[in-house]
Write a protein that binds this ligand. Structure first.
Ligand code: NAD
Length: 351
């Protein structure tokens, strides 16, 4: 039986394949543009300079100040660089932080964006923009910030360190896992979630053993695109709420927090919707939470919130905040259960 559903697909162009980064110039022209501002983090400034060099006259400038959680003061500096360069489009080369800056600039200018992702975070295919100002993070959902073109070149992920590959890919799995039980899930989002998790399940252990394996890198990047698309298509629940709380209020690192919390939040929701999480058990083994925990342990993922610098004394406040104005969730949320879940994740206990 197929129930009634609504599916809204993203109109973005997705270009996938080794060496495809060389098509950025062609896409700038296909968008009717001729002066791109290239964006990177400070750590990827050299890669940005190289891309700008390859683009030649199509590159109007380089801004290498992108930072985690899209701080508004950085966006303001980038706005100045954009105006000075007279840019008519944006090329974001990097992970979720750089993509976030591109979205923040488009939110203010409506300029078209080309994103060339180098991690598995998935932000490039979502209409979601999180920004921080004076220590507070706000998130908006607006189709205008969705990039027009995404160029996935797996060769660009070959240099992503193994630790970051692991946490970033588990961040992608989290989008898919929550997509399986999303209130507004549909058959297409579920297909993408299962296929995305499968590709990462297959590719990630190979990357850990052999980081230069191009086929495994391509497989994981393909999976991350699908998982990111799920995040951009349906609503997220408890897992994303807790991770936003921890990242936003306790400054825990984004991908690591997702990697640690995922087995716990999935185990919690599996009590309510075991049938919807059955694909997780099929892919990862034993039970949805236990299987994800064992998978994470085998690939060397961080497993304890205490290792991220979170104090045990902060868990009461974190539980309180995670319970306040909760996202829709398939299982009711209360403070004592959230406190226990956070304690388990803090200690790294197998769910
Ligand atoms: P990131 O973009 O912060 O990258 C982390 C570091 O790794 C940076 O210094 C970066 O330059 C470097 N790096 C990236 N790719 C590399 C590569 N291939 N080789 C070597 N170094 C590389 O990390 P992230 O996890 O991709 O993104 C996290 C941010 O993205 C957070 O701010 C999060 O809130 C946001 N995010 C947003 C969405 C959304 O839909 N809006 C989705 C996921 C994540």
């Amino acid at each position: 039986m197929t129930d009634a559903f609504t599916y809204t697909g993203s109109p973005a162009h997705i270009v996938f394949g080794p060496g495809k980064r060389r098509s950025v110039g062609e896409w700038i022209e296909r968008l009717g543009c001729s002066r791109a501002l290239v964006l990177t983090t400070p750590a990827q400034a050299d890669a940005g300079r190289q891309l700008a060099g390859e683009l030649g006259v199509l590159a109007a400038g380089l801004f290498s100040g992108a930072a985690m959680h899209t701080p508004v003061d950085v966006t303001e500096k980038a706005m100045q660089a954009l105006t000075e360069a007279g840019a008519d489009c944006l090329v974001a080369l990097g992970g979720g932080s750089t993509t976030g800056l591109g979205k923040a600039l488009t939110y203010r200018t409506d300029l078209p964006q080309i994103v060339v992702p180098t991690t598995y975070a998935g932000s490039e295919v979502t209409p979601i923009l999180g920004q921080t100002e004076k220590g507070a993070k706000t998130t908006l959902r607006d189709p205008r910030v969705l990039p027009e073109v995404v160029i996935y070149d797996p060769e660009l992920t070959l240099g992503l360190p193994v630790g970051m590959s692991v946490t970033s890919a588990l961040n992608a799995v989290a989008h898919a896992a929550e997509g399986l039980y999303a209130e507004d899930r549909n058959p297409i989002s579920t297909l993408m979630a299962v296929e995305g998790m499968r590709a990462i399940r297959e590719g990630l252990p190979v990357i850990v053993a052999d980081p230069a394996n191009g086929a495994a890198r391509a497989h994981a990047l393909y999976g991350s695109w699908l998982c990111g698309t799920v995040l951009g298509t349906v609503g997220m629940a408890l897992h994303h709420k807790i991770c936003h709380t921890l990242g936003g209020s306790f400054d825990t690192p984004h991908a690591e927090t997702h990697a640690i919390m995922l087995p716990h939040t999935v185990a919690y929701n599996a009590e309510a919707v075991p049938e919807l999480l059955a694909p997780v058990t099929e892919l990862f083994g034993s039970s949805p939470g236990g299987g994800l925990y064992d998978f994470a342990a085998n690939i060397g993922a961080p497993q304890r919130l205490k290792d991220l610098g979170l104090n045990e004394a902060d868990l009461d406040r974190a539980a309180e905040m995670a319970t306040k104005s909760p996202y829709w969730n398939p299982r009711p949320i209360d403070r004592p259960s959230m406190r226990k879940l956070l304690q388990d994740a803090w200690e790294g206990r197998r769910p």
